[in-house]
Design a protein around this ligand. Sequence first.
Ligand SMILES: [Zn+2]
Length: 319
Amino acid sequence: MGGKYVIGIDLGGTKINCALSDFKGDIISQSIISTKAYKGEEGVVNRIIGCIDNIIFDAKVDIYDIVSIGIGSPGPLDYKKGVIITTPNLPFKNFNIVQPISNKYNIPTYLDNDANVAALGEYVFGAGKNTNNMVYVTVSTGIGGGAIINGNVYRGNTSNALEVGHMTINPNGPKCNCGNYGCAEALASGTAISKNAKKIVEQGKKTTLVKYDKITSYEVFKEAKKGDYESLKIVNESLNYLGICIANIVSCFDPELILIGGGVSKAGDIVFDKVREVVNKRCFKTLSKSCRIDKAGLETDAGVKGAIALALIEKGIEI
Ligand SMILES: [Zn+2]
């Protein structure tokens, strides 16, 4: 096959991160711009196209040497049709995002959801290299996941598999953004941790969290590590729920590796020790003993590296 390059696009509600890379995944040129979601469907597509134009210009490569474009976007979406169905922070509603881009450049373009793309990135370039069965779970404002089964992304019937954040963990739990009650996301995401912390401050409980104007999960972990009882209680409860979510994934998929990424994973050992403990307690020993639970390897460029991996794999390029 001719050609030397692919393009990866990480489309988010606040930023568009676009990179041109060689077949080894080494980035040659990159552009990160704000999404400006308020500009609407056409407006955001034009911003993506502007970003692609920039990286092609900066890299001084021949457009005929670019073989494919991969896009990672929040879902739900239709992978086969290249359609973003709906997503809270982007203007697209049942919008085919692949068509205007592939038409403009005459380059095959592929779309997948951001969690699948991040899983692919880890599998091809990150901490999941050399595995065959792995699950990636991101824990930040929400909780999402992607699975690589026997070396392929497992997408399910409608291409939205691994919505692990909406697994019911406590049937009597709080309402989730999705409308259901007691989802992992409503109990163990960064948002859930910060919500619980604000609640105990409002209740006037004795906690060192009172000194902060703004409490995110970062502050809660920070105070928990310093020994603040209430922070530690919140963190332990949330991590127990996250552990249950991960234990359920281990029981379903029997993976050799679970990678946890996203803001909450940055709290480090406190997260991983607790999750491993819960998995060991709740899963069959055969499964828990054979499954490593580690931190995701790709940091800031995880999304764009994943989109590059998508572009390479969909085009059938050996990596
Ligand atoms: Zn939910």
